[in-house]
Design a protein around this ligand. Structure first.
Ligand code: BGC
Length: 363
C-alpha cells in the first residue's frame, strides 16, 4: 500500500486511513491501493460502505493510461464505476436507511447544464462537460466508503445480493434496448430476431433482455467452447461463431457489443430491411479497414436502416436494468461473476483470463 499522491492527505487524527484503488489517468502502471481521507461531505448526504466493484473494459483502458480524467486539482482518481454497497448513514427523508443495498449512478450532469442534463437525461449530455464517477473528473466507488447524493443512488433488491454489482452494466444495456425500441417507433416495428455481437457481460446481458422481450436471439463471439456458449444456450439463445452472413435469418435488431469495426460494417450490410443496429462497443481506433461506403449508403437508404450509438444510462435505465435482473434466473446471473478478487490482489482482476465474463473486486 502507498500514499504517493500529495493530493490525498490523510489527517493525522485518522488512525486508520481508508483504502482506495487509485490511478493517475494517462499514466500506465500507476494503479495502486492508496490511503485516502474519508469521503468529503460535499459528495453527498448518504454514506455507503462499498462491498464489490465490477471490472469492465473502461477500467482496463483507464489503468493502461488510455482514458480517464482526475478530479480538478489532483493527479489521482479513485476508480470503479460498477459498484455494490451498503448504506451506513442516510438522513431521514432521503429514501434510504442503513443496511440498504445500493448502486451509485455513474454520470453527473454538466454544470451549465445543457437541456438534456437539466431534464435528467445526462446520458445524452450535449456539451461533453458531464463528469463520471471513477472515469471522468469525479472519484469512483472503489474505496472502503463513499458519499453520494440520494438522487444518484439506486436501491437493489436484497434478494439479488452480490448480483447487484451487475446493475450498472445492466443499465447500459437497458438504455441500448430503449434506443432500439424508441427508434423502431418511426414505423411499424415488430422485431423477431436479434443478433448480439460479443459474449462479454454487456453482450450476455443484452441477450438476456432480448430473450425477456420474447425475441429469437443469436449471440456471436470468437470462442468456440467453454462458459460463453453454455451461458448463451442456457438462456435459450443460439450461439454462433461464423460470419454474420451465415446466420439463418437476417436480424431485425443488432446490439453490437465489441467495437470491432469490421463487425459493425458487416452488421450494417446484413441487418434486415428496416432494422435497427445499436452500437455500444467503444473502439480503440487506429485500425483501418476497407469499406465500400457507396454500397453501405445504398443499402441503408434503400432499406431504411438505422444505426444508433448508445452510451451510459440515466435513472430510468437503472430502474429497467434492476427489473431485468430481478426477473432473471439468479443461478444464470451468478455464472456471469466468474472471478472474485480481494482488493489487495487487484492486479489479478485486471488480467484477462480465458472464460472471464465479469471479474469482481471485493472490499
Ligand atoms: C460506462 C459508462 C460510461 C462509459 C464512457 C462505460 O464503461 O459503463 O457509464 O459512460 O464507459 O465513459
Amino acid at each position: 500500500m502507498a500514499t504517493s499522491d500529495q493530493s490525498f492527505i490523510v489527517p493525522a487524527c485518522k488512525m486508520v486511513p481508508m483504502k482506495a484503488l487509485t490511478v493517475i489517468p494517462g499514466k500506465a502502471g500507476s494503479v495502486e491501493v492508496t490511503d485516502v481521507p474519508e469521503p468529503p461531505e460535499s459528495d453527498g448526504e448518504v454514506l455507503v460502505e462499498t462491498m464489490a466493484i465490477g471490472v469492465c473494459g473502461t477500467d482496463i483502458e483507464i489503468i493502461s493510461g488510455a482514458y480517464g480524467w482526475p478530479p480538478e486539482g489532483r493527479n489521482r482518481l479513485i476508480i470503479g464505476h460498477e459498484s455494490l454497497g451498503r448504506v451506513l448513514e442516510a438522513p431521514k427523508g432521503s429514501g434510504f436507511s442503513p443496511g440498504d443495498l445500493v448502486v451509485g449512478i455513474v454520470r453527473r450532469p454538466d454544470p451549465v447544464p445543457c437541456d438534456n442534463c437539466a431534464a435528467g437525461e445526462w446520458d445524452f449530455c450535449r456539451n461533453g462537460q458531464y463528469t463520471e464517477r471513477g472515469i471522468k473528473s469525479h472519484d469512483g466507488y472503489c474505496s472502503e466508503r463513499y458519499r453520494i447524493e440520494a438522487q444518484y443512488l439506486v436501491k437493489v433488491d436484497p434478494k439479488l445480493g452480490t448480483l447487484g454489482v451487475l446493475l450498472e452494466p445492466a443499465s447500459v444495456v437497458a438504455k441500448a434496448w430503449e434506443q432500439v425500441t424508441s427508434t423502431g417507433k418511426r414505423a411499424l416495428f415488430e422485431p423477431k430476431t436479434a443478433l448480439v455481437t460479443g459474449a462479454g457481460p454487456i453482450g450476455l446481458l443484452a441477450a438476456l433482455m432480448g430473450k425477456q422481450m420474447g425475441l429469437d436471439v443469436y449471440v456471436t463471439d470468437q470462442v468456440t467452447e467453454g462458459l460463453k456458449p453454455e451461458l448463451v444456450s442456457s438462456l435459450g439463445a443460439t450461439y454462433h461463431t461464423g460470419p454474420i452472413t451465415s446466420l439463418p435469418h437476417q436480424p431485425d435488431v443488432v446490439i453490437e457489443c465489441t467495437g470491432v469495426g469490421s463487425l459493425v460494417f458487416d452488421a450494417m450490410e446484413h441487418i434486415a430491411p428496416g432494422g435497427v443496429l445499436c452500437l455500444t462497443g467503444v473502439s480503440s481506433g487506429g485500425r483501418e479497414i476497407a469499406v465500400d461506403a457507396g454500397l453501405v449508403n445504398r443499402t441503408m437508404v434503400l432499406e431504411n436502416e438505422v444505426v444508433v450509438g448508445s452510451v451510459n444510462a440515466n435513472r430510468r435505465h437503472y430502474e429497467a436494468g434492476a427489473e431485468a435482473l430481478a426477473k432473471a434466473d439468479s443461478r444464470w446471473l451468478e455464472r456471469l461473476l466468474t472471478r472474485h478478487v480481494k482488493l489487495e490482489s487487484f492486479a489479478d482482476a485486471f488480467e484477462r483470463k480465458a472464460d472471464d465474463v465479469k471479474v469482481v473486486i471485493e472490499l
